[in-house]
Design a protein around this ligand. Structure first.
Ligand code: AMP
Length: 394
């Protein structure tokens, strides 16, 4: 996929509207608890600053539902970004109107302005024309670097490009699209898909679409229990997504037709409740005893999955193998993270929890690509066009 990119373009003296993804987690005192997304935007920002552009940054944070919500202000991001870049970031208390215009007009070449949360206005999520036009009036050119929001046809992602003809993808989007395209277009084989986590319906479409590309699938988490249930095997009190069972059955039929290797865990860690003080033990087989909850893959499953990982030349992983937030149930996920990190394959990890697991295990630098946008990467791999990316195609 060929995108319009900022590479090789001249932005000197231009006011550039950069849609970034600063949707970072904040604690109750509004301290940023994970700045990965802010750091991921630095390459594009620094490139534009070096060219002496005026950089106008915009993002959403949380779900303020179209009205100002002080706990979702981007002002902590402005302070944090100032510290990271070593330069003052001017902050506009609104993303449109007099407030935004005043600050943008006072900015000179090489300055950075951060606009307040786009979703404080309903026009952002409604892709409203008048709102898009107001955003566009602040700048001469448009750059989208918010991969994690590009599956949404919102004003700052799509509508604004009707008013700013000079548009391009930033470095982060370019990197994300390149890595994900490599999975879809001629991946080196064997291609292994590792899919776990709890949001089965968000991922099962991606799994269905990738059946044409992958050689092996290994499952964990609620995804695994949904497939075990679809086979009419016992899952005890494990969490199962019953609405996805018909699609799981269809996937089983497709897998048989294609002779793909498909694994559910050979054994499980099962608990009487999902809590730190639960009673738990490891089963000897791939089903879950009545009355117990499957909370992690067991050691035989880790052994089998590690073997699949060692054989793979391409790996995409989304979703933890168990309830890894609880220490005794984290082992399966950590072992899989370790095996993926040690693999020589082209490795891509999507989804906040799998990335958190890899970070927790200290293997982040051994992964070929970590996706910053979980939902967007799943839709991309599901074969759906992303409105924010389609608009930047050459
Ligand atoms: P997802 O966002 O779909 O990747 O799901 C991540 C969440 O799945 C994490 O919070 C895990 O605790 C949860 N999870 C993983 N395995 C299980 C399980 N067997 N039962 C319940 N929740 C699980």
């Amino acid at each position: 996929m060929e995108l319009l990119t900022i590479q090789g373009k001249d932005y000197s003296g231009k006011r550039v509207f950069v849609r970034a993804d600063f949707n970072v987690p904040l604690d109750k005192d509004q301290h940023i608890t994970d700045d990965t997304r802010i750091r991921a935007s630095l390459e594009t920002i620094n490139f534009l600053l070096n060219q002496k552009a005026t950089v106008i940054l915009a993002s959403h944070l949380g779900r303020p539902k179209g009205k100002p919500e002080p706990s979702m202000s981007l002002s902590p991001v402005a302070r944090h970004l100032s510290a990271l870049i070593g330069k003052q970031v001017l902050f506009a208390n609104d993303c449109i109107g007099q407030e935004a215009k005043k600050i943008v007009n006072s900015a000179v070449a090489g300055d950075i302005v951060l606009l307040e949360n786009l979703r404080f206005h309903p026009g952002e999520e409604e892709n409203d024309e008048a709102f898009s036009k107001e955003l566009a009036e602040l700048a001469d050119c448009y750059v989208n670097d918010a991969f994690g929001s590009s599956h949404r046809a919102h004003a700052s992602i799509v509508g604004i490009t009707n008013f700013l003809q000079d548009k391009a993808a930033g470095f982060l989007i370019e990197k994300e699209v390149k890595a994900l395209s490599r999975l879809l277009e001629n991946p080196e084989r064997p291609f292994l898909l590792i899919v776990g986590g709890a949001k089965v319906s968000d991922k099962i479409g991606m799994l269905r679409n990738l059946l044409d590309k992958v050689d092996t699938v290994i499952t964990g988490g609620v995804m695994a229990y949904t497939f075990i249930r679809a086979n009419n095997w016992e899952t005890g009190n494990s969490k199962v997504e019953y609405d996805s069972i018909p699609l799981a059955k269809e996937i089983y039929r497709e897998i048989r037709k294609r002779h793909l290797e498909f694994h559910t865990p050979l054994d499980h860690v099962v608990a009487d409740k999902i809590a730190e003080d639960a009673h738990y033990f490891t089963t000897e087989r791939g089903t879950v005893p009545i009355g117990w909850i499957g909370v992690d893959i067991g050691p035989q499953a880790v052994w089998e999955y590690t073997d699949c990982i060692k054989r793979a030349k391409t790996i995409f992983w989304n979703g933890p193998m168990g309830v890894f937030e609880i220490e005794p149930f984290a082992k399966g996920t950590i072992e899989i993270a370790k095996a993926v990190a040690e693999s020589d394959a082209f490795t891509v990890i999507g989804g906040g929890d799998s990335i958190a697991a890899v970070n927790k295990a200290g293997f982040a630098d051994k992964i070929s690509h970590m996706c910053t946008g979980g939902g967007a990467s799943l839709e991309f791999l599901e074969g759906k066009g992303l409105p924010g990316i389609d608009i930047l195609k050459k």
